[in-house]
Design a protein around this ligand. Sequence first.
Ligand code: FMN
Length: 344
Amino acid sequence: MENLQTTYLGLKLRNPLIAGSCGITNSISNIKELAKKGVGAVVIKSLFEEQIHIETEKVIKNDEDGVTTFNHAPDTIFSKRIYDYDEAYSYIYDFARRNTLGKYLEFLTEAKNSVDIPVIASINCVSSQDWHSFARKIEETGVDALELNIYILPSDWRRSGEDNEKIYYDIIREVRNYVNLPLAVKIGFYFSSLAQSINKLSQSGIKGLVLFNRPYNADIDIDKIGLSHGPIYSTADEYIHTLRWISILSGHVSCDLSASTGVHDYKAFIKQILAGATTVQIASALYKEGFDVIPEILKKTSEWMKKHNFDSVDSFRARLSKSNLDNPAAIERVQFMKLYSGIE
Ligand SMILES: Cc1cc2nc3c(=O)[nH]c(=O)nc-3n(C[C@H](O)[C@H](O)[C@H](O)COP(=O)(O)O)c2cc1C
């Protein structure tokens, strides 16, 4: 096997292939298996901000008489009249928050102790309120880094692009106030000036950007004449969108770039690194092809490196990035005109 070592978020990785955050990384046995199969690091399934709110709703219930019922545990339901509602609510809220977090924190500690590769925690967040203090608790579990999946769909008519982008910076600032862990931020591509926004984000004190989160899309069922969900897993041709942006951004940003979405085989893995990715994350491929896709990607990459006389990942990273071009958009436009005008 060729030398695939790399450094991501300041962490030493044995190779740039990362198991991305998904349901698979929500289990200790899977995490152990992923490490055994060879991944360089693992991103744990996100703790969702909404999870905390949902759990809060579960433990507090008001009936018509204003009696508040606490469901501390399903088998010990008891009722109690509450005179100071605000105080009670804040108690319950904290209780729910502690418990949700408690479980996640225990899981992180166990994950960290189970494998000898870097373990990256993840929070899926939409606001900077109420959760930055527990980022410190995450740090105390001993995990190696924290990925913030900030996904703001710009669909609110009342909010400007500037309003939405401010949330990203508020979140990063708040979390940085509480933790020294290396931070990565995972984003979608809904920015009006993606290159500039990413460049600005890369200068906000984070160590890495994960490009891109794959947006959830609703679909329409024409038989039921109602909404259905779009495909949950990516397909192998979806890597191309991320490839373009990794290539455009490589060399222009002040942090590592981790490619995510549509990487299902060694070819797409190598392409992302050639475009300039520091690491590459996979999730759908793990579901669709199984965990053996990991040694397959690593083995084939190693063979490809040998064939092309590359003795390290660094020796071919960003070879095909667009960083030497002043305006890649102009080149792309010419290519687009040439290729698409010829089809009739
Ligand atoms: C079942 C499933 C669950 C996921 N859960 C999370 C999550 O909790 N947090 C997160 O940041 N991304 C989550 N993702 C997104 C993946 O990490 C990844 O960004 C996305 O699927 C695109 O990569 P892929 O083409 O390799 O699947 C999930 C993806 C899948 C398929």
